[in-house]
Ligand binder design. Structure first.
Ligand SMILES: Cc1cc2nc3c(=O)[nH]c(=O)nc-3n(C[C@H](O)[C@H](O)[C@H](O)COP(=O)(O)OP(=O)(O)OC[C@H]3O[C@@H](n4cnc5c(N)ncnc54)[C@H](O)[C@@H]3O)c2cc1C
Length: 378
């Protein structure tokens, strides 16, 4: 029976980065897809938003002290340096986001080149991990493999068609870890019947600011057939579980300053698409009148354009969610090594852990940073 130094579970972003940095050890990488890096391939509209110029725990849902500690080992500058040293210079686009120049294949090629000496067993479904003397037994549908250490990098539940599965959470729980309830995140939000008027606006996009608890999330809101989407909504879904959110449809604009000419029709004074104003006025019962002729109640309704409150019905679900929030509790992981505090020799990296980033390259940065912390410690 051969015992590997380390078996990495999952050949996604975190698993490949760990394998690239673990160079020189007796490794084995297990993956049930027929190709590695399925999510990197389709990410960022085919160009992979690798990381972001502005990196801090405030862009994440998770324990800020834990996240800071992991980034101390390997942050966005380290990632960019590492990629440059391996022939890839990502390009800086809007909002500090770094992308591959032409195609996600560029970063996949770098990772595959760096892991070419590591055996990757594709089409291998991992079914569980057990502790045994001297390490771990990794069970798959095509046999059992043995290792001194195991790195769980099997991601979350989002996009099952690309290979996502609950195996990482199951392994963690079976070995005594707590899993914070997983939920779809960076997903569109579905609506209650009172907001069905928004469905008529399908295809329209507006800059907004969304309030979720104490968080304010700016960006575009896209009205969709199923509900609302767009970057501001995707980010809001990260911090929303249930209850109300507030939408400001005129971010950065004071309503009072717009209504200085109260004898003109209120609708004509608002710098918003006519289609939106018509639907909003009908839904909130505002008549097409000059502001000066409106009743106090109607003026109140108009002010809702700055703070429209709604309780989403849910999210678009794992089929459409870019990530999974929740995961293996970071209270039980050492951030300097990503090693379990419960089981020696067991490591976690990437989305399987309870750290989830906003839109903008934050999730790949997390996958790469946590993988680097694990690889460096082993
Ligand atoms: C459409 C889309 C676009 C995205 N775009 C971006 C972006 O531009 N920037 C960004 O930062 N983030 C983006 N993300 C999020 C990002 O892809 C993930 O956060 C990241 O891939 C997580 O890395 P990971 O290695 O933890 O998991 P994954 O990359 O999901 O890798 C896990 C691997 O484990 C394998 N696996 C799972 N279960 C088993 C099993 N039972 N047996 C064997 N293998 C298994 C999977 O097949 C997969 O290859 C996007 C996500 C989606 C869905």
């Amino acid at each position: 029976m051969h015992r590997h130094d380390c078996i990495i579970l999952g050949a996604g972003a975190a698993g490949l980065m760990a394998a690239a940095l673990f160079r020189g050890k007796d490794l084995l990488l297990l993956e049930h897809n027929s190709l590695p890096a399925a999510k990197i391939n389709i990410s960022g509209g085919g160009r992979c938003n690798i990381t972001n110029e502005n990196l801090s725990p405030s862009f994440y849902l998770g324990d800020p002290a834990f996240i800071t500690s992991v980034f101390k080992t390997f942050d966005n500058r380290d990632l960019l340096r590492f990629l440059k040293a391996n022939g890839l210079e990502p390009v800086l686009r809007k909002s500090g986001q770094y992308f591959c120049k032409e195609s996600s294949r560029e970063i996949i090629e770098v990772l595959l080149h760096l892991t070419k000496a590591v055996p990757i067993r594709l089409n291998t479904e991992i079914t569980g991990v057990e502790r045994e003397t001297g390490g771990f037994a990794v069970h798959t549908a095509s046999g059992t493999f043995f290792a001194k250490r195991v790195l769980v990098a099997t991601g979350g539940l989002s996009y099952p068609r690309l290979g996502a599965s609950p195996i990482g959470f199951r392994i963690a729980e079976s070995l005594g870890h707590t899993v914070v309830t997983p939920r779809p995140a960076l997903a569109g939000l579905t609506l209650q019947p009172e907001q069905f008027w928004m469905k008529e606006l399908s295809g329209l996009s507006l800059p907004v600011e969304i309030g979720v608890g104490r968080r304010k999330l700016s960006g575009d809101l896209l009205f969709a057939h199923r509900g609302i989407s767009g970057p501001a909504v995707l980010n809001a879904s990260l911090f929303w579980n249930r209850g109300k959110i507030t939408v400001d449809f005129l971010p950065g604009v004071k309503l009072k300053s717009l209504l200085k000419r109260p004898h003109r029709s209120a609708a004509s004074l608002l710098p918003l698409p006519k289609r939106f104003i018509k639907a909003f006025f009908e839904a909130t019962g505002i008549p097409q009148l000059p502001y000066a002729q409106m009743s106090e109640a109607q003026k109140q309704c108009l002010s809702l354009i700055k703070s429209y409150t709604l309780a989403p019905a849910g999210t678009f679900g794992y089929e459409r969610a870019e990530v999974t929030k929740g995961g293996v509790s970071t209270d039980e992981i050492d951030p300097s090594t990503m090693q379990s505090r419960i089981v020696e020799g067991l490591y976690f990296a990437g989305e399987v852990a309870d750290v989830t980033g906003m839109v903008g390259g934050y999730n790949f940065q997390w996958a790469f940073s946590s993988a680097a912390a694990a690889a460096k410690s082993v």
